[in-house]
Write a protein that binds this ligand. Structure first.
Ligand code: FES
Length: 253
């Protein structure tokens, strides 16, 4: 396949960036999108040009590192028939002669570090604010001693699949990180182990979200539409219910 790429190049956080055009003439349809970028970088290196910086690690859809906006959609969601991460998107989703725009996540809370790499440490700060449970150290307790109803366990697990890639933020016109925050809150709110700190957790994590510069949620739903793990918009409802409960009752201080 012959592919034309228009790739965002930006030297560093403080430099202006722009799209630069590259041609690839030997793209195999069985390549993953990242393998196609590897091919581009091999050609750039052979020409003594600076390779394109992009984040990746597992290349199996589980680490959340590979965030790229492809043709205007995080992870190329609208080029794929199913929810996907960039590393699980394959070139068979494109056609010979296609022009593909490749950009970094675009959000105020995710400043560009270089080319397609953004600083997602704002997510770490949200987790540090409350995305955990406090337990005494010692041997792991017997799992069956803390029974969780099947439906709640399933909801917790569905939300625990969030890989923190940031696609929800990149897709949101408000630059909100609410689906990510809601997934982490709902994961713990649906389990017995998450109850003691539940209301304190939601207040602290939402405060950290706002402090990091993310926008507010206005229920547009683009986040859930592009989420590679199909985290439901309903999780934001759980967050809002817990937050309102906390604010109106004064619990969770
Ligand atoms: S590289 Fe790990 S999810 Fe894509």
């Amino acid at each position: 396949m012959r592919i034309t790429l228009r790739v965002w190049r930006q030297a560093d956080r403080n430099s202006p960036g722009g799209l630069k055009t590259y041609q690839l003439t030997d793209v195999d349809s069985s390549m993953s999108f990242l393998e196609m970028l590897d091919l581009l970088n091999e050609e750039l290196t052979a020409r003594d040009e600076e390779p394109v910086a992009f984040d990746n690690d597992c290349r199996e859809g589980i680490c959340g590192m590979c965030g790229i906006v492809i043709n205007g959609a995080p992870h190329g969601r609208y080029n794929s028939p199913v929810a996907t991460t960039t590393c699980q998107l394959h070139m068979r989703s494109f056609h010979d002669g296609d022009v593909i725009d490749i950009e970094p996540w675009k959000a105020g809370a995710f400043p560009v570090i270089k080319d397609l790499v953004v600083d997602r440490s704002a997510f770490d700060r949200i987790i540090q604010a409350g995305g955990y449970i406090s337990v005494n150290t010692g041997a792991a307790p017997e799992a069956h001693s803390t029974p969780a109803p099947k439906r709640q366990a399933d909801q917790a697990f569905d939300n625990a699949t969030c890989i923190g890639c940031g696609a929800c933020v990149a897709a949101c016109p408000n630059g909100a990180g609410m689906l990510f925050t809601a997934a982490k809150i709902t994961h713990l709110a649906r389990l017995p182990q998450g109850q003691p700190e539940r209301l304190r957790r939601v207040k602290a994590m939402v405060a950290a979200h706002d402090e990091a510069g993310f926008g507010g949620c206005t229920n547009i739903g683009e986040c859930a539409a592009v989420c590679p793990k199909s985290i439901p918009l309903a999780s934001i409802g759980q967050l809002n219910r817990d937050l309102i409960h906390s604010l109106f009752t004064g619990e969770g201080k």
